[in-house]
Design a protein around this ligand. Structure first.
Ligand SMILES: O=C(O)c1ccc[n+]([C@@H]2O[C@H](COP(=O)([O-])O)[C@@H](O)[C@H]2O)c1
Ligand SMILES: Cc1cc2nc[nH]c2cc1C
Length: 359
């Protein structure tokens, strides 16, 4: 018997979406009053929701949730961001007062928003900071972002938050990230896990000029050298070159899969966390859909590596889960189309006289 009281980061027997419900939903689409395949990608999205829920027709979402994980990054002091580090804490305040873009987009999409501070340098309100593992992180170009204990605590925090959200009734999850400087560790993780060169992953982040871009490229190059030494160990990778919110999001995404809950993926930092989560919990990606392709070069590598086709390509590069929430109404519509559209038989409409081409 395992007497170790420490909570474990384990994703054994990860479930797969339900193939029977998937097949039933695909068949149902063929019976609805529309030419076969005429709702395009919306059809595949509805089928995916049915397979995640294990039922056909799928249930329209009743409690979609956005959880924004926030943390600071020591590497920000190297001049790799357009913003000062204290902005992360200020932005947490903006989300709490409901005035950030994610609040607006989530509200428009019928989702509620929660913020979790796992590593912001400044103090945040008690409930928001109850999973805080540290204030800030090491500068990854020359030192580890976190200790091993802090990394594990952050991943476990994400897992616990996912559990709490699913237990609270969330039926669609979105993870958002907030952290000045986090596009640097995100790019390093993506380069490490996709076998890419630094130059392929350096982006403009929050809006940096050419000089800052050169500093960022150097930081990514140095951190990547350190990250490659621990490539085979996802927790060590997060410790060496990640950050608290990226680690928490990785735990959140993997645990959402354990809990059979569909996830809409956001942009760069969530994408980097998704790469790590798929290493921790192979197969978890079948519970995720990429909401959009963001404007960062590393994000395209994430989507390619995870074989995910984004729903939208709007050049959104904000983070905080906002881009994912923009795609939520489309996913909800895809779900409702299967649940509410009449079949030929129900509507008394004559079905096609020529069968659709195969494939
Ligand atoms: O997700 C994205 O597509 C994205 C792209 C660039 C920047 N961001 C956000 O901006 C911050 C990171 O940018 P930076 O330049 O400070 O590394 C962090 O708070 C992210 O949420 C987000
Ligand atoms: C700098 C900055 C970073 C962000 N990350 C998510 N939302 C953000 C908004 C701002 C302003």
């Amino acid at each position: 018997m395992d007497t170790d009281a420490e909570p474990r980061i384990e994703f054994n027997d990860l479930p797969a979406p339900d193939e029977v419900a998937r097949a039933a939903a695909a068949d149902l689409h063929g019976a609805l009053i529309k030419p076969a395949g005429s709702l395009g990608r919306l059809e595949q999205l509805g089928v995916w929701v049915a397979s995640c829920q294990g039922q056909c027709p799928p249930r329209p979402f009743t409690r979609p949730r956005v959880v924004v994980f926030a943390a600071d990054h020591g590497v920000a002091a190297k001049g790799v961001s357009a913003y000062a580090p204290e902005v992360t804490g200020q932005l947490v305040g903006s989300i709490l007062t409901g005035v950030a873009p994610v609040n607006v987009v989530a509200s428009a999409a019928g989702a509620s928003v929660r913020v979790v501070d796992v590593g912001v340098t400044s103090d945040t309100p008690r409930p928001v900071a109850s999973f805080k593992v540290r204030k800030g992180s090491g500068s990854i170009d020359h030192e580890d972002a976190l200790t091993d204990d802090e990394t594990r605590a952050a991943v476990l925090a994400g897992m616990r938050v996912a559990d709490a959200e699913v237990d609270g009734g969330a039926d669609l999850l979105i993870a958002g990230d907030l952290g000045v400087g986090n596009s640097t560790p995100s790019a390093v993780l993506v380069a490490a896990l996709t076998g890419s060169e630094p130059v392929a992953v350096v982006g403009r982040g929050s809006g940096i000029d050419d000089t800052a871009w050169m500093r960022k490229a150097a930081a990514i190059r140095d951190a990547l050298r350190r990250a490659r030494a621990v490539l085979a160990d996802p927790i060590a990778l997060l410790r060496t070159a990640g950050g608290a919110e990226i680690a928490a999001i990785a735990g959140f995404l993997a645990q959402a899969a354990m809990r059979r809950t569909p996830v809409l993926l956001d942009g760069l930092a969530v994408g980097a966390a998704a790469l790590v989560a798929e290493e921790l919990a192979p197969g978890a990606r079948s519970w995720w859909v990429a909401a959009h392709r963001c404007g960062e070069p590393a994000h395209a590598l994430v989507l390619e590596h995870l074989d995910l086709e984004p729903i939208l390509d709007l050049d959104i590069r904000l983070g905080e889960g906002a881009g994912a929430a923009v795609a939520l109404p489309l996913l909800s519509t895809a779900t409702r189309l299967l649940a509410e559209t009449a079949t030929y038989e129900q509507a008394g409409v004559t079905p096609p006289v020529i069968a659709p081409p195969l494939g």
